[in-house]
Write a protein that binds this ligand. Structure first.
Ligand SMILES: Nc1nc2c(ncn2[C@@H]2O[C@H](COP(=O)(O)OP(=O)(O)OP(=O)(O)O)[C@@H](O)[C@H]2O)c(=O)[nH]1
Length: 391
């Protein structure tokens, strides 16, 4: 069996693998389909380049065109995978179009013997190389945002290397006559096929590793995140609280927590149904996630109650933060749920007499009940002295 056929089978198997992944992993479907297209187009281009099939100019030109489109699909898949959506970047599309036009022109003009020998592969090699270089350059930053430098280098290495080899192949090409060109083609068959197998292997396996890493991260996060509200679940927020306490013990840094409880939540469930209650909880979770800073923590303590944690806080900062949340939640509920939804907050700051994190939780709970007793929709601070009212 010719080595090109083996190479084509390998690429077709990659395409089948990505098709299976697209079917199984719904969340990653757009990227998987792009990589499937890459595998299929590359396999097609390799089969078309088989000596038995490439008697005229058209099959190699078609092979080259599918190859260009294959790489475009792969890079676009990478884009979708990294950013969640495909960008129509500045250089990729024009270069792709230019390459396609160049190849089509050669396919038409290439029937004349003079141009066929010398120039046949030039637009392809040049266009493909420039396109790959620009795609690799444009993909660097998006990839670096979510992956380490060496992962990014491995992922983009096949693009850089293929582009450089394409440019090198132009060297001295126009000096060749027909016989030289045929001889060069024959000599390059095996190295070309091996190169394609290695490059595609690196490309596909690197993507597979990224995919597995991403799924594992999602699994790990899934075990820590409350699926309805998107904030940490009870176990995870308890762990955060323990960690914050430990940090305070070792470094002496300040610590504050707040218990937030939605007001008259039972009424929403009773009057509008459980689904409306779930929507209200999801909105509360979204508001908390968006308003708090990344280094603050928030989790669902249970039912319609949330725990918020701040490290090294100031009293004013924490109270301002709760006030902002309270106002933002009421406004969003008015706009999005068309129903009033308010929350009460009980805030507790660390005191020298606290011997464990549970002391903070108890005082935050007491301040929350105070807020409820005093009419709800307010922030109360558990004091050393009487509970302070911030709303
Ligand atoms: N829809 C929905 N309801 C929930 C969920 N978890 C808890 N609840 C409901 O939340 C309600 C809490 O009611 P209560 O503890 O009486 O408190 P409340 O009505 O908010 O009154 P106050 O806290 O005193 O303002 C109960 O009806 C629970 O069934 C949930 O995941 N989804």
């Amino acid at each position: 069996m010719p080595i090109e056929a083996l190479c084509g089978i390998q690429l077709a198997l990659y395409a089948a693998g990505w098709a299976l992944a697209a079917w199984l992993i719904v969340e990653e479907r757009p990227a998987m389909l792009h990589w499937m297209a890459y595998g299929a187009l590359q396999a097609g281009s390799v089969f078309l380049a088989l000596p038995a099939l490439s008697a005229g100019t058209a099959p190699p030109v078609a092979a080259l065109l599918t190859s260009v489109l294959g790489f475009a699909a792969a890079v676009r898949g990478l884009d979708v995978f990294v950013s969640g959506r495909a960008r129509l970047d500045r250089w990729g599309l024009p270069l792709l179009l230019a390459t396609g036009t160049g190849i089509a022109a050669v396919a038409v003009l290439g029937r004349g013997p003079a141009i066929q020998a010398r120039w046949e592969g030039v637009p392809y090699s040049l266009g493909l190389s420039l396109m790959l270089l620009s795609y690799a350059a444009l993909s660097w930053n998006p990839l670096r945002r979510s992956h380490r430098a060496w992962t990014t280098t491995v992922l983009l290495a096949p693009l850089w290397s293929t582009a450089l080899l394409g440019l090198l192949s132009l060297w001295g090409r126009t000096e060749l006559d027909d016989a030289d060109l045929q001889a060069m083609r024959a000599a390059a068959r095996t190295p070309n096929a091996i190169l394609t197998m290695v490059m595609s292997g690196v490309f596909n396996i690197a993507f597979l590793v990224l995919l597995v890493g991403r799924l594992l991260t999602r699994l790990r996060e899934g075990a820590r995140v409350d699926h309805l509200t998107g904030v940490l679940n009870r176990r995870a927020i308890e762990e955060r609280l323990e960690a914050a306490w430990e940090q305070h013990r070792r470094t002496g840094c300040g610590l504050a927590i707040a218990m937030m409880d939605l007001d008259h939540f039972k009424r929403i469930n009773d009057l509008q149904g459980h689904e409306a209650g779930d929507h209200a909880l999801a909105l509360a979770g979204e508001t908390l996630r968006e308003q708090l800073r990344p280094y603050d923590s928030v989790g669902r303590w249970g039912g319609e109650e949330f725990l918020l944690i701040w490290l090294s806080p100031s009293v004013e900062g924490v109270l301002r933060s709760c006030e902002r949340l309270r106002e933002s939640l009421a406004l969003r509920a008015h706009e999005q749920l068309k129903t009033p939804l308010t929350a009460s907050f009980g805030v507790a700051l660390l005191r020298p007499s606290d011997v464990a994190e549970v002391d903070l939780v108890r005082r935050a709970d007491a301040a929350l009940y105070q807020a409820k007793r005093e009419g709800r929709d307010r922030v109360c601070l558990a004091g050393p002295a009487p509970v302070l009212h911030a709303a």
